[in-house]
Design a protein around this ligand. Sequence first.
Ligand code: GUN
Length: 288
Amino acid sequence: MTAKIIDGKAIAQELRGNIAKAAAELAKDHGIVPGLAVVLVGADPASEVYVRSKSKAVTDAGMKSFDHKLPADTSQDDLLALIKQLNEDKNVHGILVQLPLPSQIDSTLVLNSIDPNKDVDGFHPVNAGRLATGQRALVPCTPFGCVILAKKMHSSLSGMNAVVIGRSNIVGKPLAQLLLAENCTVTVAHSKTKDLPGVCREADLLFAAVGRPEMVKGDWIKPGATVIDVGINRVPGEAGKTKLVGDVDYKEALAVAGAVTPVPGGVGPMTIACVILNTLRAACASAG
Ligand code: GUN
């Protein structure tokens, strides 16, 4: 058996096209052009790449991008003052502070200072609480993208056994909440889980978000399962270069799973698409 490859790049492209159409309608009907402010402190090369691709996705969708690049020695007070200003700015519907932040800054304090209705990362405890209690929330982008991919493969996820490996606040926990809301039976597995391969083998939907290269082997996968790989790990490749691999052994998964996301080209493009989707949602909510 060879699994279907879930083309996250194509699915994200289609979603971005639909978001652009909806943004154009919002501008026509309500005179609102969604705006995303992206704040980058310091010059971490990986963060700079992420920020550039987010800004491009925003402008491609006909939205406004407000980039704030601050020096690495920015004080916490200065960053908090910028966020206050963005919270009050009517042209800014979404605020994203790129992580990680330098060590002199308390990340939790900063993320909690963002207006929850502009929190396109969905990291604010108000949004986490809204999600957990079934209220309208801005949802973290990576789990949001994972569920969209799973729903592309299955018209309904209701009653499916979903296993999420990883319990981070950014991916594992919100993903579990989203899957519960889809009426899945959800297991959250982690580093202390007993018989992790056995737990994974029960999954109709398997999500790997642990940050361990190729940890999930073929014999951890139930034949025909849908496997969504959130991992992005840099490992030594050929000729002294590095290559990207996921948390799933892709070759082995292809032989067992029903469908599997590649790395790169699976979840990654969906995360970016969901940043602009959340910006659109925040802008729509501001229109009432
Ligand atoms: N750094 C790595 N991933 C993310 C993300 O999803 N959001 C933010 N704000 N920073 C990140």
